[in-house]
Design a protein around this ligand. Structure first.
Ligand code: UD1
Ligand code: CA
Length: 446
């Protein structure tokens, strides 16, 4: 039997933020959600989250995580005090308790598996994760013998100068035998520099206590301030880029690009400098993105090219060419081979195959059939000040430069709209529509 408890009650004073620390964002997720995700595959019987500072906000952010038990720690008297709050909900529980710090978000699932495996095999009362850090300042130091037995953890601020030289650091990740931990938790005292109850003090009370040293010290990075947040972001971004390069994606300037975990790439995608992917995206094989593009929650089929453009919540079929300087907003759907050029905005609109809107247009709440040619400066006037209305343009139609289509309006197939027209009425298939004043030229000589 396994229970997982995540410590997430602290304020995170050093972040200097109105947001509770565990809700700080990291590569498109929050710290606490990352920590929860790192133990999902272990299928624990119980999952408990200790909340305190802005508890309601943390709970509401995690409302979709079914089966998560929220345990309130109020006030917050340290990590030992946090785990004491489990004595009641875990009364009679006989298994292992995996404790995760809510601010240690880079743990790999395999590392937790290894920790559990070693713990179960050795029969220790507690096994904790450690790492050798080149700069261990701020972390608790693990006092361990050569055989891996741990006699104590001493917090940085409680260390003597000599103890500070020890760079074996405590990750804040522990696997306890719960009944043994429960027996010593009530004995914690606050005789330390912060006057708090330290979970780390239970280590010296439990025997045997063992540690597992992680190979990649980055995994145990704890986040206490903005600098560490940025450093963790950099580590995650590097992991993601390496992963996708190994899967056949080219980055011409990898460090200038950021990815999200929800973004999937096909083979032979080329990502040029300064491209950013957020949320959940599918970028199919052979797409060429950038330079200078932002893509969020979008699906691009094979062979799409995007140059200096912003795409959010859109679907793009194969071989479309987008940009430079296009904005595709929520609900834009582009048919295969469409071209969206400079300073064109598309929102909540379905474009058939081969539509061309190459310059200076707004297409909002519109349905365009295949092969429509949208002239430069064409605008769908979709908003009457109160409500939005739709524009329909039949396949093969052409709008002249500077056309304004006042919605609701329907143009049939193969319609031609004369340049400079403002149309307010429907146009039947095949017709030529003018909606402008006739040019008057006056001879002023006589
Ligand atoms: C803690 C460890 C330290 C370890 C480091 C790893 C203790 C005493 N020290 O130090 O040995 O090297 O993590 O990152 O445990 N929290 C609560 N309730 C509280 C206090 C904290 O839930 O009353 C939560 C925080 O929200 C946070 C986690 O516990 O997610 C760790 O707290 P933090 O104050 O950051 O501990 P550190 O000083 O980093
Ligand atoms: Ca911390």
């Amino acid at each position: 039997m396994l229970a997982v408890a995540v410590l997430a009650a602290g304020k995170g004073t050093r972040m200097k933020s109105d947001l509770p620390k565990v809700l700080q964002p990291l590569a498109g997720s929050t710290l606490v959600e990352r920590v929860l995700a790192s133990c999902e595959h272990l299928h624990p019987e119980r999952r408990l989250l200790i909340v305190g500072h802005q508890a309601e906000r943390v709970e509401s952010t995690l409302a979709a995580h079914h089966g998560l038990e929220f345990v309130l720690q109020q006030p917050q008297h340290g990590t030992g005090h946090a785990v004491q709050q489990l004595l009641e909900p875990l009364q009679g529980f006989k298994g292992q308790l995996l404790v995760l710090n809510g601010d240690v978000p880079l743990l790999r699932p395999e590392t937790l598996e290894q920790l559990l495996e070693q713990h179960r095999r050795s029969g220790a009362a507690v096994t904790l994760l450690s790492a050798r850090l080149s700069d261990p300042s701020g972390y608790g130091r693990v006092v361990a013998a050569a055989n891996g037995a741990v006699s104590a953890i001493i917090e940085h601020r409680d260390c003597s100068a000599e103890q500070r030289l020890n760079n074996l650091t405590n990750a804040g990740i522990y696997c306890f035998d719960w009944p043994q931990l429960a027996a010593v938790l009530p004995r914690l005292a606050s005789d330390n520099d912060q006057g708090e109850l330290y979970l780390t003090d239970t280590i010296a009370m439990l025997s045997p206590a063992m540690h597992l040293e992680v190979a990649d010290a980055d995994e145990i990075n704890g986040i206490n301030d903005r600098l560490q947040l940025a450093q963790c972001e950099a580590v995650l971004q590097e992991r993601l880029r390496r992963h996708w390069m190994a899967e056949g994606v080219s980055f011409t300037d990898p460090l200038s690009c950021t990815l999200s975990e929800g973004t999937r790439f096909g083979r032979d995608v080329v990502v040029e400098p300064q491209c950013h992917f957020r949320g959940v995206n599918t970028i199919a094989a052979g797409c060429r993105i950038g330079p200078g593009s932002l893509i969020e929650n979008s699906r691009l089929e094979t062979g799409v090219e995007v140059l200096y453009s912003v795409l959010r919540d859109v679907e793009v079929e194969q071989n479309c060419v987008i940009g430079p300087y296009a904005q595709l907003r929520a609900g834009a759907q582009l048919g295969a081979g469409s071209r969206i050029g400079n300073f064109v905005e598309v929102k909540n609109s379905r474009l058939g195959a081969g539509v061309k809107a190459n310059h200076l247009s707004y297409l909002g709440d519109a349905d365009l059939g295949a092969g429509v040619n949208v002239g430069a400066g064409t605008i769908t006037a979709n908003y009457d000040g109160v409500r939005k209305h739709r524009t329909a343009i039949g396949a093969g139609s052409k709008t002249g430069a500077n056309s304004t289509l006042v919605a609701p309006i329907r143009l049939g197939e193969n319609v031609t709209v004369a340049a400079g027209s403002t149309l307010t009425d429907d146009v039947p298939a095949g017709a030529l529509a003018f909606g402008r004043a006739r040019q008057v030229v006056k001879d002023r000589r006589g």
